[in-house]
Design a protein around this ligand. Sequence first.
Ligand code: COA
Length: 571
Amino acid sequence: MSKSDLIIRVAGEGGEGVISAGDFIAAACARAGLEVYTFKTFPAEIRGGYAMYQTRVSDNRIYNQGDTFDVFCAFNGEAYEMNKHLLKPGIAFVYDAESDFQPEEHEGVHTYPITMSKTAKEIGSKQAKNLVALGALSELFNIQKDVLWEVISNKFASKGDDVQTKNRQAFEKGMEQAKALTKADEYKVADPKETKDVIVISGNDAVGLGAILGKLDFFSAYPITPATEIAKYVSAQIPKTGGTLIQAEDEIASIAQVLGASYGGARSMTATSGPGVALMGEMIGMSAMSETPALIVDVQRGGPSTGMPTKHEQSDLMIAINGGHGDCPRVVMAVEDVADCIYMTVEALNITEEYQIPVLLLTDGSLAFSTQTVPTPDPAKIKIVERKRWNGEGEYKRYELTEDGISSMCDPGTPGGMHIGTGLEHNEKGAPFMAPANRQKMQDKRFNKTDRLLKEYKAIEIDGNPDAEAEIGIITWGSTIGVVREAVARLNAEGISAKGFYPKLIWPMPAEQYEAFASKCKKILVPEVNYLGQLSHFIRAETSIQPIPYTICGGLPFNPAMIVEKAKEVI
Ligand code: COA
């Protein structure tokens, strides 16, 4: 029997090829026309420590990584110890036999011992251990072998014939061992479907793709986990579109370069993580004050300080909204999934250009490395909004007070367009000017832009009939949205009236919509992956809603079962 929604978890030690194994399973299933949603977690060390990769495969749309696994493959004793409490009756458990550990008896669990380390050693390649496991998994769970091998051999093609030969041997040995076992569980990846026009892409690469589709001209960043892959992706693509990428000496330099390039007329962005945003605070203020467009992508990780660099957390909301000094207008947006990573990067570039205001786009560590199936983007359907440019008529005033609240920009060197770009308070021409009435006028000008954005940018999704009463309303943001979508569906299927409210524009806060949603719900639950309940804090500050925070901060995302259980408890 095949289960239409199957979760395969592979775990072992960093350096054993766990991450590659998971990538191969996901890619092979996606090529077979199935939907995939992956989650991986690994240590901050290059070698050693616990690494885990979970692939959820379905022939239906998937919104999150799922509750727990149906199939578990343990590469070593630590992976087994970390997961043995989840080995419930019915689960399929594949493990490295004749190695450093011997699993206990687990009643009702279907066990498949495969000599991964020993076989790899016999073949003469320790690295091929993951291929023994993949051979066994493909045999036991109907992962298309030809497709899987094609993906593997393409990945390692540059490593030479010896690696390919040993990998192939390991793959076949794994299959042979699995064939000799009696399959007792019910799990099988769904048969291949007609392949769709999709790409399988990670959150970080998707941000890079969004940047390219959004006609990015200039990118500068300093490498930082978990954001570095965005720069890596952009560095490979931007030369083809005539743009420029610089690896700066630090985050302050990178945002300064972004502002410089933007002042010079280029659509510009940087990508970093929480520590980088902390360093960029002063220059984000400069962007707001000088009305210079700048997109800052923050791939959130566990903080503060160096914290948990490779782990998932949603704890940069406060710094994104309030970081820096003075009254500093900015726009904060947060993506839900990999598709959003593409299209909201385009939107964020459009917004920063149109409103001449810094935009912070928040993703997170779990999305950064999660690969998901996304319909292939059509560049022809991507809408690009350009900044308002001076038409060369009359006297140029960089900060002219206009009807639509936006002043025209003018590239340096334009005849007649001489002006000062400054972080100092200024008059309409840009000249430093600190008279009280002028200060008030200019603050109003800068903040009116966020008021206007609130009216024009509708980025809230609601699950359920907005006018219907509900026992519980769940408000959440970022990648927790996908988990809540499934939880809301499960609650409704159980006859519990539940609705979901998912803001993608976080700041300025669409308070009226929050109020309207909450007015129809008896209780408001706000799950988020941080200690303080940061969104709950802003809801309390900006609305009359009394949210019930539900926070976790262990480096892992929520799963739908946790939300369902909490919602029932709250009701
Ligand atoms: N044949 C040949 N090569 C193989 C192979 C096989 N069968 N299986 C894996 N490999 C290679 C991979 O291609 C990869 O090579 P690369 O480093 O040249 O890309 C390498 O072996 C590691 O395998 P991989 O599957 O990618 O990872 P892993 O599961 O072994 O885990 C990491 C290792 C990724 C967790 C760890 O090395 C890492 O990078 N940790 C994060 C470090 C970090 O970011 N720290 C934060 C600092 S602030």
